[in-house]
Ligand binder design. Structure first.
Ligand SMILES: C[S@@+](CC[C@H](N)C(=O)[O-])C[C@H]1O[C@@H](n2cnc3c(N)ncnc32)[C@H](O)[C@@H]1O
Length: 250
């Protein structure tokens, strides 16, 4: 093992907060003191460093979930709790092929690419500025199995024999036909919608094809534990999005 080097990503985990840093010659300022990033060079992931004020940070190798939480965001991203539903409902696995409609910040792209590696994610995006952000996010995490297309997914999908088409675009109903044609039998369209009207447009469009469809929402409630008692946290993320899954059955 060669240890952590300049340019590597490191997750600095303090008891109260987590930071993602790229190792360099610089100092990193936090509310818990200053960490000299040079101190990380040559250390193994999993060891600790102290800030100038003696606060402890574990230096961990970021997982793709750590990375998604901390990476640069432009448009609204799909949260890992929602992306995880894709695995639970489609069985997406290593080696699968995915087409993504709407790369945005690339959060779902990173999630999908981590799961299907060495399979490929083909990611369509119409806005060059968002594509650049998504591309940088994917590259910084060192992923090589994403192919970006600056292309309108409403106009069609170039790939065939696809296991999954994911849609996070304003009119997913326009992609039902091309997605259906691109999918393997047994493959899925996943459509992520912020509002229920979009869900109904998408689901009604799938009725023109032979598909099995369901829509869910994923609400996560975290708990706080103390000597006085244990109860749900007062604050939570109320609504993120609705998720529809349409499976091609013929
Ligand atoms: C909400 S963002 C996607 C965020 C992404 N799912 C993530 O987790 O980072 C929606 C993206 O879809 C793109 N988009 C909208 N219509 C599109 C189309 N017809 N074809 C391809 N991309 C499109 C937008 O430019 C925007 O970047």
């Amino acid at each position: 093992m060669t240890g952590i080097a300049v340019g590597d990503l490191v997750l600095l985990v303090h008891e109260k907060k987590t930071f993602l840093v790229t190792v360099s010659e610089r100092e990193f300022h936090t509310h818990f003191g200053v960490v000299d990033l040079k101190d990380l060079v040559g250390k193994e992931y999993g060891t600790g460093v102290e800030s100038h004020s003696g606060q402890f940070f574990a230096a961990l190798k970021p997982t793709y979930i750590d990375y998604i939480k901390k990476m640069r965001k432009m448009p609204q991203v799909i949260q890992p709790k929602d992306a995880a539903q894709i695995l639970a409902h489609t069985g997406l696995s290593a080696g699968d092929t995915v087409v993504e409609g709407g790369a945005g910040s690339g959060a779902l792209t990173v999630f999908l690419a981590a799961v299907v590696n060495p399979g490929v994610v083909y990611s369509y995006e119409v806005r060059e500025d968002f594509l650049t952000v998504a591309q940088k996010n994917v590259e910084l995490f060192g992923m090589k199995n994403v192919l970006f297309r600056i292309q309108d997914i409403y106009e069609g999908i170039d790939e065939h024999d696809v296991d999954l088409v994911t849609l996070d675009v304003p009119s997913p109903e326009k992609v039902v036909d091309p997605a259906y044609d691109a999918l393997k039998i047994g493959g899925y369209i996943f459509s992520y919608s912020p509002c229920i009207e979009q869900v109904s447009r998408f689901c009604l469009a799938t009725r023109q094809r032979r598909m099995q469809v369901k829509t869910i929402e994923c609400i996560v409630r975290e708990y706080e534990v103390s000597e006085r008692g244990t109860r749900p946290k007062s604050r939570m993320l109320g609504h993120t999005g609705y998720m529809s899954f349409a499976r091609k059955i013929c």
